[in-house]
Design a protein around this ligand. Structure first.
Ligand code: UDP
Length: 153
């Protein structure tokens, strides 16, 4: 077992549809710990960096348009094997393939606007958390944590 942190984001369609509470509830019920959360509208620079692995894909422009079209609800969660478990809770990218009971299986209708993002690896999680919240400095001894070097964008 490994205690991990991941970056979870309710996308603009999920925020508009009032799904923030439902998504937080699922992660809390699973026993995960919310470390930080913020409603924010991100600029294209942050969005392009977030989706940099897709920069040569034909859908990249529309993806950046979509993710910057309205507020997202960005979160940092912590838990045992949370990277893998959260991806199972989120479901497959395409709503046609996302199993019932997963967040996308229950709420998403299109591949592009699929409600939620979750980091797919420890490396992505680190990079994504830093992009949205800055560096996490956590003092495990007294369970205090804070974010530093937050970029103002
Ligand atoms: N996406 C899209 N069309 C595609 C594939 C992906 O619009 O054919 C969007 C979709 O919003 C997806 C995001 O790009 O969530 C990132 O794609 P990825 O393959 O990383 O899927 P995820 O990790 O979000 O399941």
């Amino acid at each position: 077992m490994a205690l991990q942190r991941t970056f979870i984001m309710v996308k603009p369609d999920g925020v508009k549809r009032g799904l923030i509470g439902e998504i937080i509830k699922r992660f809390e019920q699973k026993g995960f710990t919310l470390l930080n959360a913020e409603l924010m509208t991100i600029n294209r620079t942050k969005a392009e960096y977030h989706y940099t692995e897709h920069k040569d894909k034909p859908f990249f422009g529309e993806l950046v348009d979509f993710i910057t079209s309205g507020p997202v609800f960005a979160m940092v969660w912590e838990g045992e094997n949370i990277i893998e478990v959260s991806r199972l809770m989120i479901g497959k990218t395409s709503p046609a393939e996302a199993a019932p009971g997963t967040i996308r299986g229950d709420f998403a209708n299109t591949k592009a606007e699929n409600v939620i993002h979750g980091s797919d690896s420890l490396l992505s999680a680190e990079r994504e958390i830093e992009n949205f919240f800055g560096l996490l400095k956590r003092n495990i001894a007294d369970d205090d944590f804070r974010y530093e070097d937050r970029q103002s964008m």
